[in-house]
Design a protein around this ligand. Structure first.
Ligand code: ARG
Length: 597
C-alpha cells in the first residue's frame, strides 16, 4: 500500500506542478505543531528562493489548487508560508479500513533476499553473562523483522569454539586429570561416551585457567615463568586441536557438546533461537582453500611469521593494519575463522547480506575482515556485509554492568532478579494464583528486559536500571504489555455476549483522540519499513509507546462498550486493529503479550 503521507504528497505535487513550481517542494511531513494541524508542507519557503517570490504567495496559489481535494478537511497557509493540513475523516477512515484487510498492515515487501544473521556469539566453556544479552536480544529482533519482510533468514549463533580459550581449558584439565585417556598418547580404544565433567565444572575451569596466565608487576620471576609456560602449553593445545589431534579433538568435542546443551537451555529462556548452531571450528575445513586462493591472487604475504593481507584504502584518514589471516605456525585466529566462515556461508547460502550483531568495540576487526573478504572475493561483490555494532550495557554508575560485589553478572542471575521483581509487583497488586503469577512474570520480565534494550539505539551505550524498566508506567515493556492486556480484556468482555462482527469497518472518529489514534495507526506501515530499512528496533519501540499513550487517553475518555450497536462495533474493530499492531510489534521485538497481568 502507498504510505498515507505519500498519498497526501502526491496531491501536493500535483498542485505545485499545476502552479508551475517544481514538485520537489511538495514534501509532506507529520506536523511539528500537532495543536494546529496534522501534516504540513514547508516547501513554499524553499521554493521562494528559486522563484524569487514571497513564500506566502506561492503557498496561497498551491493551496488554491487543493481546495477540492477529498483528502483534506482543511488546508491553509500560515505566515510566512507554511501549509498546514488537516486530513478528512473519510480519507483517513478508508485508509485504516484498507489496513484492516491487509495482512502486512500495508507494508511493501522487498524483493526476497537471503540474509544470514550472525548473533549471540557465546563462547564455549564460558558461562553466559550480561554481555551476551544484547547480541541475543537485538539479533533475535532483527531476524524477526527481516522475516516479516519476507526475506529468507538464517540465524547463526557462531559459537566461539576454536580459539585460545579452548587450549586453556584443555590445559587446565590436563593439570587436574593427567590420567584421563584423552591425554594418553598410546591410547588405542574408543573414547568413553559419558562426559567426565559437568557444565559447572567447565564454568569454574575457564576462569581458573585464564587466571593462571595473568601476572602483574608484583609477580616473582618464578610466577612469570609459570604463567608463560601455561600460556605456551595452551597455545600448543590450540594448535593440536586445530590439526585434529586424537584425544584433544575428542575431549574438545565433549566440551562443545556439554556447552551447547547448556546454551540452548539458556537461550530458550530468553525466547531466542537459532537456525544454525555452527561455530568458528566449522570454518576450519575452508581455511586451506581460502589461503590457497589468497596466495594465487598474490595478496597474501608473510609478516613476522604471520600471514597477512593489506586492507588499507587510499581514502582512509588513519593507517589500518593488515588483516591477519593465519597466526605464526599456521594457527587460526579470530580473523581466520570469520573469513573462512564468510566463504562457508557463500557456498551454503549465497547470501545477499550477512549482518553481524556484535559489540561495537569490534569495529576494526570487522573493517579488516570485510575488506579482506572483498579483496579475496570470498563473497559476491553485490552482497552486503553489515556490521551492526551495539553499545555497552552499563550500570547506574555509567560503567559496564556488574554484580553488587563487582563481579561479572551471570545472565541466569540477571533474568532471575528481573523476574522476582515483576513477580513481587504482581503479587502486591493482584489476587492471582502462584502458578499464574509465575507464568505472567516469565512473560513480563522478558518484555521488560528486551524492551529496555531495544528501545535504545543499537550503537549507543545504555544504563541498565532494573527499577526503571520493570515499572508498569513510563516507556517500558511492562507498560506496553499492560496497555495491550487492557485491550484484550475489553475484547474478551465484548465477545462474551456478542458474535463475530461481520462488517469490519471503523466509523468516522467522533473525538480528537480517536482521530489521533487513526492517524497513528495509518503510519504503522511506514514505521515498520523504517525499522527494517535501518535495522532499528528502537523506532518500533517509540511507536508502540506513542500508540499505548494515545490508547490510554482514549480509554479514559470514551465508553468503549456503551452507545448504539454500530458505534460499539466500530470501537471493537478499532481495538482489534490496535491489538493486532501490539501483537505484531511485540512479536517483532521478541516478546509476547499475556492474557492478563
Ligand atoms: N565470540 C565472540 C566474542 O565473544 C563474538 C562473535 C561475534 N561474531 C563473529 N562472527 N565474530 O567476542
Amino acid at each position: 500500500m502507498k504510505k498515507i503521507i505519500m498519498l497526501l504528497q502526491e496531491k501536493m505535487e500535483k498542485a505545485f506542478f499545476e502552479c508551475g513550481y517544481n514538485e520537489k517542494y511538495a514534501k509532506i511531513i507529520v506536523s511539528n505543531r500537532p495543536d494546529l494541524c496534522e501534516f504540513q508542507c514547508d516547501g513554499a519557503l524553499a521554493a521562494a528562493k528559486e522563484y524569487k517570490k514571497a513564500p506566502f504567495l506561492i503557498a496561497d496559489e498551491v493551496v488554491g489548487k487543493c481546495k477540492n481535494c477529498e483528502e483534506f478537511e482543511k488546508i491553509e497557509v500560515v505566515k510566512p508560508g507554511f501549509i498546514n493540513i488537516i486530513v478528512s475523516n473519510d480519507f483517513l477512515v478508508n485508509y485504516c479500513n484498507e489496513i484492516i484487510n491487509n495482512e502486512k498492515f500495508g507494508c511493501e515487501m522487498d524483493k526476497e533476499k537471503t540474509v544470514v544473521i550472525d548473533y549471540g556469539g557465546p563462547n564455549v566453556a564460558k558461562p553466559l553473562h550480561v554481555g551476551h544479552l544484547r547480541p541475543a536480544i537485538i539479533g533475535e529482533s532483527i531476524k524477526r523483522i527481516h522475516k516479516f519482510f519476507d526475506n529468507k533468514v538464517i540465524g547463526d549463533v557462531h559459537l566461539g569454539d576454536w580459539g585460545l580459550q579452548m587450549g586453556l581449558v584443555i590445559e587446565e584439565m590436563k593439570v587436574r586429570h593427567p590420567e584421563w585417556c584423552y591425554f594418553d598418547e598410546n591410547y588405542q580404544g574408543e573414547y568413553p561416551t559419558e562426559v567426565p565433567f559437568t557444565v559447572s565444572d567447565l564454568e569454574e575451569i575457564y576462569p581458573c585457567a585464564s587466571a593462571k596466565t595473568k601476572t602483574n608487576e608484583n609477580s616473582t620471576e618464578d610466577e612469570v615463568k609459570k604463567a608463560n609456560e601455561f600460556k605456551e602449553n595452551a597455545r600448543l593445545n590450540t594448535s593440536y586441536l586445530q590439526q585434529g589431534k586424537k584425544g584433544y579433538y575428542d575431549l574438545w568435542k565433549k566440551i562443545v557438546e556439554i556447552s551447547i546443551a547448556d546454551l540452548k537451555k539458556n537461550y530458550k529462556k530468553l525466547d531466542v533461537d537459532f537456525d544454525l548452531w555452527l561455530g568458528e571450528s566449522d570454518s576450519q575445513k575452508y581455511v586451506e582453500e581460502m589461503v590457497k586462493k589468497m596466495q594465487s591472487m598474490g595478496i597474501l604475504y608473510e609478516s613476522d611469521g604471520a600471514m597477512v593481507v593489506d586492507v588499507q584504502e587510499p581514502e582512509d584518514s588513519a593507517p589500518i593494519n593488515p588483516c591477519m589471516v593465519l597466526k605464526t605456525g599456521g594457527v587460526s585466529c579470530y580473523q581466520t575463522t570469520d573469513l573462512a566462515t564468510i566463504m562457508q556461508r557463500e557456498k551454503d547460502f549465497s547470501p545477499d547480506e550477512i549482518i553481524y550483531v556484535v559489540d561495537k568495540r569490534q569495529d576494526l576487526h570487522f573493517v579488516q575482515v570485510f575488506r579482506c573478504a572483498r579483496r579475496a572475493k570470498l563473497i559476491k561483490d553485490t552482497s552486503k556485509l553489515t556490521f551492526l555494532g551495539f553499545g555497552t550495557m552499563n550500570g547506574k554508575d555509567g560503567k559496564p554492568f556488574k554484580t553488587r560485589n563487582g563481579g561479572v553478572m551471570r545472565l541466569e542471575s540477571l533474568i532471575k532478579e528481573v523476574k522476582q521483581k515483576i513477580y513481587n509487583k504482581i503479587k502486591e497488586t493482584k489476587d492471582v494464583s502462584d502458578e499464574d503469577t509465575e507464568n505472567i512474570s516469565d512473560i513480563v520480565s522478558l518484555a521488560a528486559l528486551k524492551y529496555a534494550d531495544l528501545s535504545n539505539q543499537i550503537a549507543k551505550d545504555y544504563i541498565f536500571d532494573i527499577d526503571k524498566f520493570t515499572s508498569f508506567e513510563g516507556n517500558t515493556g511492562p507498560y506496553i504489555l499492560y496497555t495491550a492486556v487492557r485491550i484484550k480484556s475489553i475484547l474478551r468482555k465484548y465477545y462474551e455476549n456478542n458474535d463475530e462482527i461481520k462488517n469490519k469497518d471503523i466509523q468516522a472518529p467522533r473525538e480528537d483522540i480517536e482521530k489521533k489514534i487513526l492517524i497513528t495507526i495509518a503510519k504503522y506501515n511506514e514505521i515498520l519499513e523504517d525499522t527494517y530499512n535501518n535495522n532499528a528496533p528502537h523506532i518500533l519501540c517509540a511507536y508502540l509507546y506513542e500508540l499505548a499513550n494515545l490508547f490510554n487517553v482514549f480509554y479514559q475518555k470514551v465508553r468503549i462498550l456503551q452507545g448504539d450497536k454500530k458505534t460499539i462495533q466500530s470501537n471493537i474493530v478499532l481495538l482489534t486493529l490496535i491489538k493486532d499492531i501490539f501483537e505484531n510489534g511485540t512479536e517483532l521485538l521478541g516478546f509476547k503479550i499475556p492474557d492478563k497481568m
